[in-house]
Design a binder for this molecule. Structure first.
Ligand SMILES: Cc1ncc(C[n+]2csc(CCOP(=O)(O)OP(=O)(O)O)c2C)c(N)n1
Length: 613
């Protein structure tokens, strides 16, 4: 059946009785495809039925579907004419792993970061009304997405202005790891409470009897509402609440959605699904299969990507955090919903009282840390560079202005690979280095990583260590002692003509180039404060300077070097290597670095040309 569906129009040709079989085909297809490529599996397996139901009933692309985060939209891509390109998802030149407005007319709003869907859909619903267009708008958000403040800002607004907006709350009790927080408990209590069973039997009876007339639909609404008083919280916010219903039961989904289509105003449908549905290894360990590399579709065994003698920067941070936490009980670790990705699993197991998963709440995570620091704790916020963007004002206003002692472990700084532009951490240098009293560092290797984390932790104000989604040569030992003097760089090599000033992990690529071209080589370590004496000496001893960073050139560390030279009134040619003014594309980290001229071959060529070789 799936082979005959090239658009939702084809889907609508099917009889409703054929849809469960189609759901099975989509699952099989997803499994076989992602087993080869890897990607976001578990969430997509859980959203198959709701995707079918929405495209079956709603007039897409005229009606708008807005997927939150977007990692669960693979079934949507399969049903909207992209089935043949699924084997290239998240690869260079292939389909994005998220909805993307330039990719399809069915992708009504781009995503990647979570909890934007209700706001965007509300904006669209307001636009439809303002333009006199008869159209339905649907936001689909997970229970994880519902832990972010932005989702409530949108509910608060939408519930007061009567938009024609349907919010589907896809509740699987999982964020990437098990979901946290009071809202998560509230949703579970609705589902597990007695009300559920009475609703299920009651709603089936009701739905069978619902004729299409408006008045009866309204009466049905009242009836259903009467059965689901636990949704009061959403009702109080102005949303008519429906559910919870089993989000894998296509019959129930279609019946209820048909009636919801006839209503207007802000409505919320709460569906309960299972992450990884239909693939036992993913049902049992949804976290492992949230975003997964290639795996065996029979057993679920994931192919190892470990490289001998190498270690990820994340795992070094993980080792450091555990060791430092054992030594200092003031250390509290905070993550906005990224326990696994940020390397906090061991810390959470070993020091659960000092571990805080705050949900997808980056803003809160940073101000929470500020509050802790104000009272003498030593918080470490583990956060991806791209998600730190969410907490910029909290970083400036709550931490930096008050010069509070918060350590930021900024992971995924620079090129991230398959997630592409929405997740690339290319802006953190530019947006952090303009803030007074902050120190910002970038390690060139494992030993640096330990030393700079120790330095950040000892520093009594805001300190950031940025490191990439990459491996480095294995560290000799876990070092929680060594610190370095603030604002000092290390000259590693003396050469002729030009000096290569390297900020961070691209150092490993720069070293052989410096050897080959006989250039001076400096591991800058600090982005802020810069080692101005070193920059001045390098500028006076050489004809040219080259700066290198895994970050946006605009506003980046190389630009900071130019500012220093300008202040010193030193004039010499400077080549700044980094990410040009762009939203970097997706691919493997190596492919993307190559695309932007940051692989060793192209870098060597650019530097050789610049120094006149
Ligand atoms: C602002 C932001 N922070 C963190 C993430 C990382 N992230 C991606 S998916 C996800 C969990 C989403 O859970 P949920 O919305 O319930 O969807 P599910 O995968 O359970 O279907 C998280 C934390 C993100 N995408 N955006």
């Amino acid at each position: 059946m799936l082979a005959t569906i090239d658009s939702p129009a084809d889907l609508r040709e099917l009889d409703q009785t054929e849809l469960p079989a189609l759901a099975q085909e989509i699952r099989d297809f997803l499994l076989q495809t992602l087993a080869r490529t890897g990607g976001h599996l578990a969430s997509g397996l859980g959203s198959v039925e709701i995707t079918i139901a929405l495209h079956y009933l709603f007039d897409t692309p005229h009606d708008r579907l807005v997927w939150d985060v977007g990692h669960q939209c693979y079934p949507h891509k399969i049903l909207t004419g992209r089935r043949d390109r699924m084997s290239q998802i998240r690869q260079q030149g292939g389909l994005s792993g998220f909805p993307k407005i330039t990719e399809s007319e069915y992708d009504h709003f781009g995503a990647g970061h979570s909890s934007t869907s209700i706001s965007a859909a509300l904006g669209m619903a307001i636009a439809a009304r303002a333009q006199g267009i008869d159209r339905k708008t649907v936001a689909i958000i997970g229970d994880g997405g519902m832990t972010a403040g932005m989702a409530y800002e949108a509910l608060n607004h939408g519930g007061a202005i009567d938009p024609d907006l349907l919010v589907i709350l896809n509740d699987n009790e999982m964020s990437i790891s098990p979901n946290v927080g009071a809202m998560s408990k509230y949703l579970s209590s609705i589902w597990s409470g007695k009300i559920y069973s009475s609703l299920r039997s009651g709603s089936k009876r009701v739905l069978k009897r619902i004729p299409s007339a408006w008045e009866l639909a309204r009466r049905a609404e009242e009836h259903v509402k009467g059965m689901v008083t636990p949704g009061t919280l959403f009702e109080e916010l102005g949303f008519s609440y429906f559910g919870p219903i089993d989000g894998h039961n296509l019959g129930d989904l279609l019946s209820l959605l048909r009636n919801l289509q006839k209503l207007s105003g802000p409505r919320m449908l709460h569906i309960v699904t299972r992450k990884g549905q239909g693939f036992p290894p993913a049902e049992e360990d949804a976290c492992k299969f949230h975003g997964v590399g290639p795996f065996d579709p029979e057993t679920g065994d994931v192919k190892s990507s470990a490289k001998p003698g190498k270690q990820s920067y994340t795992s070094i941070f993980s080792d450091w955090l555990v060791a430092r936490g054992q030594q200092d009980t003031r250390l509290h670790a905070i993550t906005p919903a990224m326990r696994e990705g940020s390397g906090l699993v061991r810390f959470s197991d070993e020091m659960p009282d000092r571990y805080h998963d705050v949900g997808i709440a980056e803003q809160h995570s940073v101000t929470l840390a500020a509050g802790m620091a104000r009272e003498g704790l030593k918080p470490v916020v583990a956060i991806y560079s791209t998600f730190l963007q969410r907490a910029y004002d909290q970083f400036v206003h709550d931490v930096a202005v008050q010069n509070l002692d918060v350590t930021f472990a900024v992971d995924r700084a620079g090129i991230v690979g398959a997630d592409g532009a929405t997740h690339t951490g290319n802006f953190d240098i530019a947006f952090c280095r303009c803030i007074p009293d902050v120190i910002m560092m970038a390690p060139a290797n494992a030993e640096d990583m330990y030393a700079l984390l120790n330095t950040a932790y000892e520093y009594p104000g805001p300190a950031l260590v940025r490191y990439p989604r990459d491996n480095t040569a294995q560290a000799q030992a876990t070092d929680i002692e060594t610190t370095v003097e603030i604002g000092t760089a290390v000259q590693q090599r003396s050469g002729k003509r030009a000096a290569l000033l390297v900020f961070g992990s691209l150092y490993a690529l720069a070293e052989p180039i410096a050897e080959e071209l006989d250039l001076s080589l400096v591991n800058m370590r600090f982005i802020k404060p810069l080692d101005e004496a070193m920059i001045e000496r390098m500028a006076r001893e050489h004809d040219r300077l080259v700066t290198l960073e895994d970050a946006s050139i605009e506003g980046g560390a190389g630009s900071a070097v130019l500012e220093v030279l300008n202040r010193m009134d030193i004039r010499l040619p400077v080549l700044r290597l980094g990410l040009a003014d762009c939203f970097p594309s997706q691919g493997s980290r190596e492919q993307v670095l190559e695309e932007y001229g940051l692989d060793s071959g192209r870098m060597r060529e650019a530097i050789a040309g610049f120094v006149g070789d």
